[in-house]
Write a protein that binds this ligand. Structure first.
Ligand SMILES: [Fe+2]
Ligand SMILES: [Fe+2]
Length: 205
């Protein structure tokens, strides 16, 4: 999905060690994905196709959120306040600071950031499939399998929306996405380095 670096193998070890932390972080990520889609839809009421697509996405993310909450409940875990999302904040800043080109706009840039966040989650769900035992924890394994496919689909939905928002200039949008993916990769590498040996078990970043 256009990612420029793989997750640090240490992330998988950490996830294996503390799957509960992954589940808690995951719940927050689903809620953030939903509220981000809703806030974008609210800011662009003039484009009903965009509003429709983003509210469909938000509905799906809310459904994911509620299902993760179900896993938390069954495991007796608490949700707690959302942690500061250093990854998403850095990504937004980096994309905002990229050289402006003809397709750059607040909407296109936010859609591209959201697409990359979906791509990274997709990669991590794939990694989590190797962490969760299919026979011992079949429900969670099936859930991650479904989410892996959903995140890949969301990535494409968001890239398509960015293309539409840029008046169909897919070539320039692609070039901008590539540059944004370079930023994303360096953020992921930097976070992995600064968190090595720490307790960083997040779905993205
Ligand atoms: Fe989701
Ligand atoms: Fe998603």
């Amino acid at each position: 999905l256009g990612l420029k670096c793989a997750s640090d193998p240490a992330w998988v070890d950490e996830a294996r060690r503390d799957l509960d932390a992954i589940l808690v972080d995951h719940a927050h990520c689903e809620m953030k994905a939903a509220s981000n889609a809703l806030s974008l839809a609210t800011r662009h009421p003039g484009d009903l196709a965009l509003v429709r697509a983003l509210t469909d996405l938000a509905r799906e993310e809310i459904d994911h959120f509620q299902r993760v909450v179900g896993f938390l409940e069954r495991r007796g875990l608490r949700l707690g306040a959302p942690p500061v999302d250093e990854y998403a904040a850095r990504l937004r800043r980096a994309v905002h600071d990229m050289p402006r080109d003809r397709v750059a706009s607040p909407l296109v840039d936010r859609l591209l950031c959201a697409a990359l966040i979906e791509a990274r989650s997709c990669e991590r769900f794939k990694l989590l499939l190797g962490v969760v035992d299919e026979t011992r924890d079949s429900e969670l394994h099936a859930f991650y399998t479904e989410l892996f496919a959903a995140e890949a689909r969301h990535y494409q939905v968001l890239v398509d929306l960015a293309n539409a928002a840029a008046g169909g200039d897919a070539e320039r949008v692609h070039a901008r996405l590539e540059r944004a993916a370079e930023c994303e990769a360096s953020i992921v590498r930097a976070l992995a380095l600064s968190e090595r040996g720490g307790e960083r078990t997040t779905i993205h970043g």
